[in-house]
Write a protein of this length. Structure first.
Length: 408
């Protein structure tokens, strides 16, 4: 059995880390198998506030007191002071994740399954077993994006912020599924896993204050196929936080939805359809130059068709050409394209409801009155569940059609 190593960055997590480790101790794991190992990195940069420094010291003391009490081997990395701590330029979750897996690779090489978690994440008891079985059933897979479901906070405004954000995430992914995008997956640092050799080939987590999970999973997708469904869920926390410059914690803490609507609009369905029509034209585009539906974006952001015309000369078969095209117009470019084609309309609750309503019948009716208000939290949660089930059907269908000989 391939060794399993779980890595958890820790920054001001004393209140939540014990429950996360207790959840790992409760995993349904065959005790006859090699036990998994857990790595935590308590980290901080030179500009960390004193309150968080105190919390990190307390976390380290607690870890030292309890490290021998767990049914798994626990590695504790203290990156709270020089020379082990990151400098001001590098400090952040990307550095911490990279540092953790650098230690794993240094210890065991690249023959392992790496599981990325957060310190405030709840796992179902079968999660690790499902991850291991998924890689065993799909030996050509390089990584895994696990199903997730954010836990709702107690505060009504924070619930509203979280529900709107998760609706956005699922709306975005479902539209990518509908057009057949190879980037139809969600990258959450608390809900992903990968083969050690592929992690090394992707050059690991980038040193970024946020978004490191997105960039790693995108790089892995360019190396090979990703598992997009297992029969287990990850439950990330939804607490307000300023640990990263963007992401769930920042959005949950906002006083209203204004910032979120500007950063994460429900993009027009017509923009996704432009990309879908472009995908459908790629076989013809391989044979002869044609104007593509997203041509205006290519001209403005990618200096036109020149790179793609050169690809046509470099790749003699359609499959390799299409792969190269998707590597060029990747997940980041898709997001840029959607922003490029987004009609200039003022973000609003009405626009959110209209876009969700275009996705499937009934969403706009459910949201028309007091759309995205605290009075509508129950309806929003029901809508989240509907999108979650729909996304799961796409994920299961994808896994049912898995090609064991696929290399991309």
């Amino acid at each position: 059995m391939t060794a399993v190593h779980l890595c958890i960055p820790v920054y001001d997590e004393r209140e939540w880390l014990p429950d996360t480790l207790a959840g790992l101790a409760s995993q349904e794991w065959d005790r006859s198998e090699e036990p998994f190992e857990v790595w935590v990195c308590v980290n901080q940069g030179p500009q960390t506030p004193e309150r968080i420094r105190d919390a990190n010291r307390e976390t380290l003391h607690w870890l030292e007191r309890t490290r021998g009490h767990w049914p798994f081997r626990l590695h504790v990395l203290d990156a709270t002071s020089p020379p082990a701590a990151p400098d001001a330029r590098e400090a952040g979750v990307g550095w911490a994740r990279r540092h953790l897996f650098r230690q794993v690779v240094a210890r065991v090489g690249t023959d392992f399954i790496g599981v990325s978690l957060d310190a405030d994440t709840h796992l179902e008891p079968n999660y690790l077993g499902e991850v291991v079985r998924a890689f065993a059933r799909h030996p050509n897979a390089v990584g895994l994006a696990a199903p997730f479901y954010h836990r709702l906070p107690q505060d009504p405004q924070q619930q509203l912020n979280l529900l709107r954000y998760e609706l956005y995430i699922r709306y975005y992914q479902i539209n990518l599924w509908r057009i057949g995008s190879p980037y139809a997956f969600v990258a959450l640092g608390s809900a992903m896993a990968f083969c050690g050799w592929a992690y090394a080939a992707a050059r690991g987590f980038p040193v970024r204050a946020a978004g490191e999970d997105f960039y790693l999973l995108q790089a892995l997708r360019k190396i090979g196929p990703l598992i997009r469904w297992i029969d287990s869920r990850v439950y990330p926390a939804s607490r307000p936080s300023e640990r990263v410059p963007f992401g769930t914690g920042i959005l949950v803490a906002e006083e209203d939805l204004g910032l979120q609507r500007r950063r994460f609009p429900f993009f027009a369905p017509s923009s996704f359809e432009l990309l879908g029509r472009t995908y459908a034209m790629l076989p013809d585009f391989f044979r002869v130059h044609r104007e593509l539906p997203i041509g205006d974006f290519l001209e403005r952001e990618l200096k036109g068709y020149g790179a793609f015309d050169r690809m046509r000369g470099n790749f003699k078969d359609e499959r390799r050409f299409v792969k190269a095209w998707h590597e060029r117009v990747d997940g980041l470019r898709i997001l840029q394209m959607l922003r490029f084609f987004e009609p200039q309309r003022e973000p609003s609750a009405a626009l959110d409801a209209e876009r969700l309503g275009a996705l499937f019948e009934g969403a706009d009716d459910a949201l028309r009155q007091d759309a995205f208000s605290e009075r509508n939290l129950a309806e929003l949660d029901v809508l989240r569940d509907r999108l979650c089930r729909w996304e799961a059907r796409f994920q299961r269908r994808f896994m049912a059609d898995w090609k064991a000989d696929a290399r991309w």
